[in-house]
Design a protein around this ligand. Structure first.
Ligand SMILES: NC(=O)c1ccc[n+]([C@@H]2O[C@H](COP(=O)([O-])OP(=O)(O)OC[C@H]3O[C@@H](n4cnc5c(N)ncnc54)[C@H](OP(=O)(O)O)[C@@H]3O)[C@@H](O)[C@H]2O)c1
Length: 269
């Protein structure tokens, strides 16, 4: 798997698997956890080694179970999890520490490759205070890299200016219809790797038609064209599928290159 180098020096696989409905009844985000590891195991079999989970998804332990069932080593995987940007996890140093401990325990691991603040809130000072506690975990080797999610330019800029350890990643919504190019460009300029969440969601039929036409040149689907476009411009993607075949398709994007004209068409969708 192709990787990008984070500003910490560690390599991150450019495609990860989203997980936010894995291990849940009816693949419903809000439904009960049923500990079903079918999708995690099929993703691992397809070649995924990077998984994106979060405390809010309640399924960190399901991801860990799937990894354990694979028989592969923990070190073969790149695991991302997220601390909720909510007072229960950010109000003071103790609750931030408790959150990290909760993730470590659920993921059944002694370290997490990438840990993100899941959402910003309305106090730059408080976000910096939470960040400093995460920095301390990096010093101890418990978190290998730390980053943010859904941060705008002002929020990311505040951390870049004041933090001792710069955010390695900014995970944001990005797909046709809502590329969020301004924050992607800003992140790239500052050496913060952008990650696209929801990369295949909310794509309208007209965009799918244009993407399908482009994909036909290479025998690729509209979804593969989106993923290729993002990776080519330096954006990590974390598509999620409950279907083994589509999990495989979402990894098969490295055997074609979009032309400049095609990239321009995609950028305008
Ligand atoms: N940081 C944040 O605030 C945040 C917010 C939302 C999500 N996320 C993360 O981002 C991950 C991905 O986002 P997402 O789960 O919202 O959605 P997504 O990956 O954009 O799209 C998932 C949908 O696309 C379909 N799909 C997947 N591959 C396909 C393909 N090759 N062709 C056609 N359809 C395909 C899936 O259906 P099938 O299952 O039927 O294939 C599913 O309905 C999440 O799982 C989560 O880890 C983060």
């Amino acid at each position: 798997m192709k990787t990008f180098k984070l500003n910490t020096g560690i390599e991150i696989p450019v495609i990860g698997s989203g997980t936010n409905t894995y291990g849940k009844e009816n693949h419903d985000y809000l439904a009960a956890i049923n500990n079903d590891t079918t999708e995690i195991r099929s993703a691992i079999n397809a070649g995924y080694r990077h998984f994106d989970t979060a405390i809010s998804y309640r399924n960190e332990a399901v991801v860990a179970k799937g990894i354990a069932e694979s028989g592969l080593d923990r070190s073969d995987f790149f695991l991302t999890s997220k601390l909720p940007g909510e007072p229960a996890y950010t109000a003071d140093e103790a609750v931030v520490r408790k959150g990290v401990e909760q993730s470590l325990k659920a993921l059944n691991t002694t370290y997490i490759d990438l840990y993100l603040i899941h959402h910003p809130w309305d106090s730059l000072a408080e976000m910096l205070a939470t960040w400093k506690v995460l920095e301390d975990h990096v010093d101890k080797g418990v978190l290998k890299a730390i980053g943010v999610s859904n941060f705008n330019q002002e929020q990311l800029g505040h951390l870049l200016t004041h933090a001792r350890i710069k955010p390695a990643v900014n995970q944001i919504e990005s797909h046709p219809g809502k590329w969020n190019d301004a924050i992607i460009d800003y992140s790239l300029k500052e050496g913060v790797i952008p990650e696209a969440w929801g990369p295949l969601s909310r794509v309208n039929d007209q965009a799918k038609e244009s993407l399908t036409t482009i994909g036909n040149d290479y025998g690729k689907t509209w979804a593969q064209v989106i993923l290729r476009y993002q990776v080519a411009r330096g954006v990590i993607v974390i598509p999620k599928s409950h279907d083994k075949h589509r999990q495989e398709l979402n990894l098969a994007i490295f055997d074609f290159n979009l032309t400049d004209d095609q990239q321009k068409i995609i950028a305008a969708l």
